[in-house]
Design a protein around this ligand. Structure first.
Ligand SMILES: *[C@@H]1O[C@H](CO)[C@@H](O)[C@H](O)[C@H]1NC(C)=O
Ligand SMILES: *[C@@H]1O[C@H](CO)[C@@H](O)[C@H](O)[C@H]1NC(C)=O
Ligand SMILES: *[C@@H]1O[C@H](CO)[C@@H](O)[C@H](O)[C@H]1NC(C)=O
Ligand SMILES: *[C@@H]1O[C@H](CO)[C@@H](O)[C@H](O)[C@H]1NC(C)=O
Ligand SMILES: *[C@@H]1O[C@H](CO)[C@@H](O)[C@H](O)[C@H]1NC(C)=O
Ligand SMILES: *[C@@H]1O[C@H](CO)[C@@H](O)[C@H](O)[C@H]1NC(C)=O
Ligand SMILES: *[C@@H]1O[C@H](CO)[C@@H](O)[C@H](O)[C@H]1NC(C)=O
Length: 458
């Protein structure tokens, strides 16, 4: 059974190890890219004489988008060249590198890079990739919900020192966006805006070293994926840009997000339904809306999220720090969540559980809820923005939160010296060490009203 796979695995493994040990992979690529952009870019002249279609750098074949007719002047539509380079690399029997060379700026329409491919692919972005500039330039027959999509791919590294620039500004200013209509109103109507990079039903993915900026909507989104490693990713958009979540994960498991930084106008990382085994370490968020599990349970949906760890991280100048948010009326469970070694700097709600999340003004009261249990907060220190209390544990009326544990939590006001009282509602848990400010409002023990049968444990 395994014999069929065996020949490929060592190559994939070698490829991935190479990527990790020599991050920019430029040792391999440099001599090649040098040849390919000797001539200055000119809007009129033909592109530099194409390099040979493929170039064998040892065992690894390089598929340079310039060799497939891409121009890279930031204006010409290079979509077809990228598609051809992808198809060729994807069909190759040996692992290859799809190269987006340094010194060029490629304009691409909404594109789905589809697998499965015959072997692993390194998508090496050293130049810049950008979409058409705003909704008016977006081709009518293209999806307005996504820009670069990777679909059904097993074994890919999206990496490099380049930039993915979502040119989001005109999308953020659509009158349908919050406060962007006339006189600060929000106008009704279709408001679709593209996610910059979307991985869908894919596995064994690495995203490494890139800068992703100014996405019209979420920056990087994983849906239905397994085995994802994000390393040294830099995501940047203005603090006021609506809905520009940094990394969004849903229906995805085994995710590592390490050594990355996000500043944007919405959640730094958001974790949706069906996500488990997620490890986030050394991420710097801010300005942002913090790291969020949820929102979950919208429109009476079921959500299961478990085994999430966030550690050794910094959250600064953000609306929230570490947040779990659920809508009333949902079902399912959030459990085994650990927030460990997190430094807060001027964060408005450093620690928050909100089971009454509601985006419109009048969400009706409902009895069912996504159950929250086994949440551990250890060594969370720093300052909070005094406009709201530093800790909120506001749980469902009917389904309490259980087994919340606090240890070495110290949160001081960023201004002044008056400590605000934590807020609890139907929250069961313990303070293992006296926190600052102390949380005396947690209920002790295990609630009697929790009947095994009421609770959907996932
Ligand atoms: C959109 O239309 C253009 C021109 O008619 C065509 O080349 C392109 O393939 C179409 N794209 C999609 C996604 O259908
Ligand atoms: C916008 O506000 C101004 C000043 O308050 C007002 O005169 C104007 O009628 C408003 N426009 C609309 C469309 O509400
Ligand atoms: C991911 O890679 C591992 C190891 O290379 C392999 O065993 C596994 O089958 C891959 N996952 C999928 C869904 O193909
Ligand atoms: C943490 O991540 C940053 C990048 O955001 C990196 O520069 C730094 O070296 C990382 N720290 C450790 C201890 O790996
Ligand atoms: C929890 O997730 C981590 C990866 O983040 C994994 O190593 C560990 O095995 C998972 N624990 C369980 C009980 O599945
Ligand atoms: C929902 O419940 C809260 C708290 O029990 C109560 O204050 C509020 O009036 C209720 N809202 C509605 C619409 O029934
Ligand atoms: C409470 O949660 C902690 C982790 O935060 C876990 O180790 C412990 O087993 C849980 N206790 C119960 C009774 O489930």
């Amino acid at each position: 059974m395994t014999t069929v796979l065996l020949p490929r695995l060592p190559i994939l493994f070698l490829l991935f190890s190479l990527c990790f040990l020599f991050p920019p992979a430029q040792g391999i690529l440099h001599s090649y890219t040098k040849q390919s952009h000797l001539q200055p870019i000119s809007g009129i002249s033909q592109p530099p004489a194409p390099a040979p279609e493929v170039d064998s750098g040892g065992d690894i074949t390089i598929f340079n988008v310039l060799s497939f007719g891409a121009i890279g002047n930031g204006v010409t539509d290079d979509t077809q060249a990228f598609k051809m380079a992808w198809d060729t690399a994807c069909q190759a029997e040996e692992s290859g590198i799809l190269l987006v060379p340094k010194g060029y700026s490629f304009m691409m329409q909404s594109t789905i890079f589809t697998g499965p491919c015959n072997s692993g692919i390194v998508f090496q972005i050293d130049g810049t990739i950008m979409p058409p500039d705003g909704p008016d330039s977006w081709p009518k027959n293209n999806s307005k919900r996504q820009w670069l999509v990777f679909y059904r791919i097993n074994g890919m590294s999206l990496q490099g020192g380049g930039v993915i620039d979502g040119r989001g500004e005109k999308w953020w200013n659509l009158p349908c966006k919050p406060h962007k209509g006339i006189n600060g109103t929000t106008q009704p109507g279709a408001c679709d805006s593209p996610v910059a990079i979307r991985f869908f039903m894919s596995s064994n993915l690495t995203v490494q070293g890139l800068k992703v900026k100014n996405s019209p909507q979420f920056h990087v989104r994983f849906d239905g994926c397994q085995n994802v490693h994000i390393e040294m990713l830099n995501i940047k958009a203005p603090a006021g840009s609506p809905n520009t979540d940094g990394i969004h994960i849903e229906n995805t498991n085994n995710v590592k997000i390490y050594n990355s930084a996000v500043s944007n106008g919405d959640d730094c990382v958001s974790i949706g339904a069906g996500s488990y085994n997620i490890d986030i370490k050394n991420i710097t968020c801010g300005p942002s809306h913090g790291i969020s599990i949820g929102s979950l349970g919208v429109r009476n949906s079921r959500a299961c999220v478990s085994n999430i760890t966030v550690s050794d991280s910094v959250i600064k100048h953000s609306d929230n720090g570490v947040r779990i948010k659920t809508w009333q009326g949902g079902s399912g469970a959030v459990s085994k969540i650990t927030f460990h070694n997190i430094h807060m700097d001027t964060v408005r709600n450093p620690i928050i559980i909100d089971q009454y999340y509601c985006q419109t003004k009048n969400c009706p009261n409902q009895t069912s809820a996504v159950v929250i249990s086994d949440v551990l907060y250890t060594n969370i220190k720093g300052t909070y923005d005094v406009r709201s209390p530093p800790m909120h544990f506001v749980c469902s009326d009917t389904v309490p939160c259980t087994n919340l544990t606090l240890s070495e939590v110290e949160l001081l006001p960023a201004q002044g010296n008056i400590l605000a009282n934590p807020v609890c509602w139907n929250a069961y848990g313990t303070m293992q060490t006296i926190s600052i400010p102390p949380v005396f409002c947690l209920l002790e023990g295990i609630p009697q009203m929790m009947q095994q049968s009421d609770v959907d444990r996932c």
